[in-house]
Structures are given as structure tokens and as C-alpha cells.
Design a protein around this ligand. Structure first.
Ligand code: ZN
Length: 428
């Protein structure tokens, strides 16, 4: 082997540090980082979330920004395409609509899985940013036009009206949307899940193969930027109506189902229910209120799409074929659990929006309903998906869910009925 250093893009000056700096021991830090006082009403007292990778002494959180995309950032740095010390230029990136602050922002227990000030960091922490601190927003708010064929059809059939402001003549829906990255306050998260913080920290460390040593070594740091997907909020109508007690609010909480949401798979009700939710939001907004869709990146009940497809195969190949009475059992065989979405964390986004009452919750999920109401939000009406929107093969899913506690205005299916609800097999 030649003793000369090989020329490689990864060794360009500035692209990578010369030696690895371990951040896992407090003594390496020298001066203490800015403290975070979670739940403080004043963002300057609360403290900025500083996940910078360029100055270890500034870091006051565990993990790094961008959720799962942090790994792609590592690839970009490793391959020499991204300077590791790049600091975001936040010129003109400020929110396109102002949301909050709301009373829940100042309650350390109402919001534990996102940073309520995440969209405002460019403004409220400007002095720190100007001093060279690498502070990044964890929320971005913009405006958009969205267009879905089902909404055009709803307008053509007269269920939605083209008003020129909320719904344009070409079927475009005008929305305000917010992308949110997870920011976890570990003591609050532990309390929400009913475990101790030390068990939570240790399990997160172990179950990521030791990816974040600070979870077990840095007990002075209580905020974690987990490497997972976040959520997107779509607001239809006047943002101010969300918190106005005299105006109505429709909400759908939707957990990602790529197969149905984007590709129209007929095995579940996800896209039809999402469309029904958007329709309800538009109707409520057009009546003077607002509608909110929250789209969580929790594919396959947060079990992931590989697990989901394995379950599909297991369901369709089991003795007697795909049947509603074995719907949850097949998931449990493959994944060990039926669901890993932890809906108890979900209402945080509603509290971030300032929601205290939902007039129409467009969901049949008892888990979502329980989480929302137990967090202190009043739900006036629950809106099920209309039967004519349910694809034939998705009867297995919807009947199994009704039997398991989903809200229905009709009959809760008995064991005998469940056993009789069958789906297609794999050869079809
Ligand atoms: Zn689905």
C-alpha cells in the first residue's frame, strides 16, 4: 500500500473533521450549553433547540436535525457533496402564516414531541443566529394549491362549491401547510407513555444499536431529535378559525399509507377516508370555519411497509383466506404487536395549533378519539367513512376494526359475521 494519502472527495478541506469528536461525555463540553426550560412561555427563557454538528459546545440536544434525512446528510458529507459546516441561510424562509403562540405552548405536558417555537426560530433566536449559532427551524409553514381528482368530482356532483377563494375554478384547493419534524422532550414523553425516563432513554439507546450514546451518558440533556419521520398539517380556510370558539372545526388525523394514499390500493380505506376528510374540511371552511388534516409519517401503523406487505401475504395465504376475524392476529404474528403508532403523542400537534374543540372528527379510530379527548380536547361529532367509499377488498379491514372498537353508527360485527367477511386471495 502506498503511504501517500489518496485523493478522495471526502478529504477536501472543511468537508470532514480530522478526528472524531465524541459528544457522549459532559466533560468534553467545557462551558455548559444553553439550557432548555421546556414549557416556558417565553421562547428566550425556553431556550433554542440547538442540534448543530459543527460546534459541540453549542449542542443542547441529543441527535441531529431533519429526522430520518439526517442519514442522507451524512452520505452527502461523506461523498464530498456537502460541506459539513454548512449553515442554513434562512433569508425569506419565515412562515407564510402565523400560528400561535397558544396557551398549550406554555404547558410542559401538553406538547412533548415537537417544538412549538419550531417555525419561529429565525425570528425569535435571531440574535443567537447572528452570533454564529447554527440554529435550524424544525417547522416550516407555507401556502399551496392542491388538486385531487376526487375533489374535482365532488365539485362536479355539487358536494363542494367552487367559491374562487377556498376552491378555485380548476378544482384547486388553497391550503396553508406546515411540515413538522419531531423534537422529543424525554421526561414528558416518558410520562406520557407511563415509563421512567431512564428506561425510555436506555431502551432508545439499545433499540437503535447504540446509535445515540448521549441517551445514557448525558443526563443533563433532555431533548432528543429522533431519526424518524414527522408530519404535515394541511389547513383549509381561515387559520384564525381554528381557535375561534364561534367557528366550527373539522379534523382528520391521517397516518401515512403510501399504497392507498398515492397508488390507490384497494386493500384498505386510507385514500378514500383521506379524501372524505378533505371534503369535510372544505365544507366546514366554506361554512366559515376551518379544516385541518394532519398527515403522520407512520406507515403501516408505524410498523413499516415491509412488515405491512408481509402481513398482506400472511393474511391472504392463511387457511380460509383473508378474513376479518384474523385481521389483527396476522399483524401480531409478524410484528409482535398490532400497532406501534402511540397515538398518545398525536394530540401534540393539535395543541400546537391551539385546538380545544373539534366539531367534526373525521375518523372512526377509537385510539385517536381516546387520545384526543384524554388530552383535554372536546370532540362534538365523529364522522365515519360512507359505505359507498369503501373498496370491496377493504371490507376485511373495516369490519375487523369495527369489531375491535372503531366508531360505527351501524352494527358492531359479531364473531360469525367477521368470519364471513372475506377478501381476495393473492392469485387474483
Ligand atoms: Zn391503508
Amino acid at each position: 500500500m502506498s503511504s501517500e494519502k489518496p485523493e478522495s472527495p471526502s478529504e477536501k478541506p472543511g468537508s470532514q473533521p480530522k478526528h472524531i469528536v465524541l459528544t457522549s461525555h459532559p466533560t468534553r463540553f467545557g462551558p455548559k450549553p444553553f439550557p432548555i426550560q421546556w414549557g416556558a412561555a417565553d421562547p428566550l427563557v425556553r431556550g433554542a433547540i440547538i442540534g448543530t454538528l459543527t460546534n459541540a459546545a453549542h449542542r443542547n440536544v441529543i441527535g441531529s436535525h431533519s429526522g430520518a434525512y439526517g442519514i442522507y446528510r451524512a452520505l452527502a458529507v461523506a461523498s464530498g457533496q456537502l460541506q459539513s459546516d454548512h449553515r442554513a441561510d434562512l433569508t425569506n424562509t419565515s412562515p407564510a402564516a402565523l400560528l400561535g403562540p397558544h396557551p398549550a405552548w406554555a404547558d410542559p405536558e401538553k406538547i412533548v414531541s415537537l417544538d412549538p417555537f419550531g417555525a419561529l426560530v429565525g425570528e425569535v433566536y435571531k440574535p443567537l443566529y447572528e452570533k454564529g449559532y447554527d440554529i435550524r427551524p424544525t417547522i416550516a409553514i407555507t401556502r399551496a394549491h392542491i388538486n385531487m381528482p376526487e375533489l374535482q368530482e365532488a365539485a362536479a356532483k355539487g358536494r363542494l362549491k367552487v367559491d374562487g377563494t377556498i376552491m378555485k375554478g380548476n378544482g384547486d384547493l388553497v391550503v396553508t401547510k406546515a411540515a413538522i419534524e419531531p423534537v422529543w422532550y424525554l421526561p414528558g414523553l416518558a410520562k406520557r407513555l407511563g415509563v421512567t425516563e431512564s428506561i425510555l432513554r436506555r431502551t432508545l439507546f439499545e433499540q437503535t444499536g447504540g446509535m445515540f450514546p448521549e441517551l445514557v451518558t448525558r443526563h443533563d440533556l433532555h431533548v432528543f431529535l429522533p431519526p424518524i419521520g414527522g408530519m404535515t398539517v394541511y389547513i383549509v380556510g381561515d387559520v384564525a378559525a381554528i381557535t375561534d370558539p364561534d367557528r366550527e372545526l373539522a379534523v382528520r388525523i391521517h397516518d401515512e399509507c403510501n399504497g392507498s394514499d398515492v397508488f390507490g390500493s384497494d386493500i384498505c380505506t386510507c385514500r378514500p377516508y383521506l379524501v372524505h376528510g378533505i371534503e369535510g374540511c372544505v365544507q366546514t371552511a366554506q361554512a366559515g370555519g376551518a379544516g385541518v388534516i394532519v398527515y403522520f409519517r407512520k406507515e403501516g401503523r408505524a410498523l413499516g411497509e415491509v412488515t405491512k406487505f408481509l402481513v398482506y401475504n400472511a393474511r391472504k395465504r392463511q387457511e380460509g383466506g383473508d378474513r376479518a376475524d384474523a385481521y389483527f392476529a396476522r399483524t401480531e404474528c409478524v410484528a409482535g404487536v398490532q400497532d406501534m403508532r402511540f397515538q398518545e403523542l398525536m394530540p401534540d400537534v393539535l395543541h400546537w395549533l391551539g385546538v380545544t374543540r373539534i366539531d367534526r372528527l373525521i375518523s372512526m379510530s377509537n385510539m385517536k378519539y381516546d387520545a384526543i379527548t384524554q388530552s383535554g380536547i372536546t370532540v362534538v361529532e365523529r364522522v365515519p367513512i360512507p359505505n359507498d367509499m369503501i373498496p370491496a377488498d377493504a371490507q376485511v379491514e373495516i369490519e375487523a376494526k369495527k369489531a375491535a372498537g372503531y366508531y360505527t353508527e351501524g352494527q358492531v360485527p359479531t364473531e360469525a359475521i367477521l368470519a364471513a367477511v372475506k377478501g381476495r386471495d393473492l392469485s387474483d
